[in-house]
Design a protein around this ligand. Structure first.
Ligand SMILES: [Zn+2]
Length: 437
């Protein structure tokens, strides 16, 4: 007879195995290994008697949904959605100290693309749930498990597709946990655990400048290149007004209290500089942003083209979408117009209620000094798709991290890695959380 695996063995094995499926998402060209990774997830669930369905939004773009209603859970309650994505952003192996798809263990860390975004939490979910099934411990309420494709390219073949084509698979859930949050940030020996309660909306814009084409040697007061360049400069140089939502307010107060210094919203980014890369993320959630990222015009140096185009990555604070577009329109002037290439909602929920209490007590049971704090993310996640179906979304993928680790920079970063101990911690916290959630 072989001894059953422990949750700690399994979380490391699952995370390493998932990293070894190269699920790099190259956008429209797809993600090669999503199908295999999803089948792997299905097999781990199946082995403990949880059946799942794999739905493909396009060939090999696989999404998995499982209804887990363990004996003893209260079926009158709405399910809790627990979600993860299987795709990752690409990695340039030459920049790394290790092969990004080998799942190497070194110095107490598991290394590889996806180690923190987010094969770590995928593995924590699988290991924790399998352990609960083996030991026959029910959750408080039914659990809906969703593993998606394509999160890293906006979710068109993943959460967005599921939400549009199979809304019934998620819409009965009242609340959700997934990325990005639940990790610790150590300030002055105080451990803040950042719970994501909000994320900015997306406004990726194409700017189009019309004008009068002509010979480059002639005078031209309606040159589209000139018109576009002026508008791009106005947008790039614009200082967006500070807009503080409750999540940032509470976050700033917690940081003030930990550091013992006042932090003003206007200078938060500078004041938080000592926090490392998290300062950039927090700074970006103090206002709308719009960064010009692409420029295109012309085909010959002595020909004035008839049009010129630019790309702008815009992000807006919850509640300030109208202000964002009104400001862009004003900055563009009358010679340049915009089209929304990709737009998506901002997400926001309050940091209160039973689920938040369950997160806090689960963290504090494993780390008595844990202080939970809400925060807003500057990027987007699958939470956008679930929010549209009325699900309250939280970023809660618990990890206790070493104080010196610059965690935020590992997201999409070189040498992405996760401490083995943090994976084990995540399983213990998720397990406790499921008792109460
Ligand atoms: Zn992610």
């Amino acid at each position: 007879m072989s001894t059953p695996p422990t949750v700690h063995d399994e979380v490391v094995t699952f995370c390493r195995d998932l990293i070894r499926f190269d699920t790099s998402n190259f956008g429209p060209d797809g993600a090669a290994g999503e199908r295999e990774a999803t089948e792997y997830v299905a097999a781990q669930l199946d082995e403990v008697g949880i059946s799942s369905t794999i739905l493909e939004s396009a060939p090999r773009r696989a999404n998995l949904v499982a209804h887990w209603e363990p004996e003893g859970c209260d079926r009158s309650l709405p399910p809790l959605l627990i979600h993860g994505h299987t795709d990752v952003v690409p990695a340039v192996a030459a920049d790394w100290q290790v092969d990004p798809f080998a799942g190497e263990i070194r110095d107490g860390y598991l290394w590889g693309r996806g180690a923190v975004d987010m094969k770590d939490f995928d593995a924590i979910i699988l290991a924790t749930i399998r352990e609960r099934v083996r030991s026959g411990r029910a959750t408080r309420r039914p659990i809906r498990l969703v593993f998606t494709a394509d999160e890293e390219a906006g979710g068109r073949f993943g959460s967005g597709w599921l939400g549009a084509h199979h809304p019934d698979l998620v819409a009965d859930c009242s609340e959700a946990i997934g990325e990005v949050g639940g990790f610790s940030l150590t300030l002055n020996q105080r451990r803040l655990y950042l719970i994501q309660t909000a994320e900015k909306g997306i406004a990726w814009l194409n700017l189009i400048a019309g004008g009068t084409a002509g010979h480059g040697s002639m005078r031209n007061s309606d040159n589209p290149v000139t018109n576009l360049a002026a508008a791009v400069a106005r947008i790039g140089n614009y200082r967006w007004p500070v807009r503080i939502r409750p999540a940032q307010q509470q976050f700033l107060e917690a940081v003030e209290s930990a550091l013992g210094v006042p932090i003003s919203a206007d200078t938060a980014e500078e004041s938080l500089a000592r926090l490392g890369s998290i300062a950039r993320m927090v700074g970006a959630t103090m206002s709308n942003t719009a960064n010009p990222t692409m420029l295109q015009a012309g085909y010959k140096v002595n020909v004035i083209p008839g049009a010129a185009t630019a790309g702008v990555d815009g992000r807006f604070i919850p509640g300030f979408e109208d202000e964002f577009y009104a400001t862009i329109t004003e900055l563009l002037g009358d010679k340049v117009r915009y089209e929304v290439a990709t737009g998506d909602i901002a997400v926001e929920t309050g940091f209160e209620g039973d689920l938040v209490a369950a997160m806090t007590s689960a963290l504090q049971a494993e780390d008595p000094e844990a202080v939970t704090v809400p925060f807003m993310m500057s990027g987007g996640t699958d939470a956008k798709a679930w929010s549209k179906l009325g699900v309250r979304c939280f970023g809660f993928a618990p990890l206790r991290l070493p104080p010196e680790l610059d965690f935020v920079s590992l997201f999409h970063g070189v040498d992405e890695r996760v401490p083995i101990e943090s994976l084990e911690f995540g399983c213990r916290v998720l397990d406790r959380f499921l008792d109460e959630a």
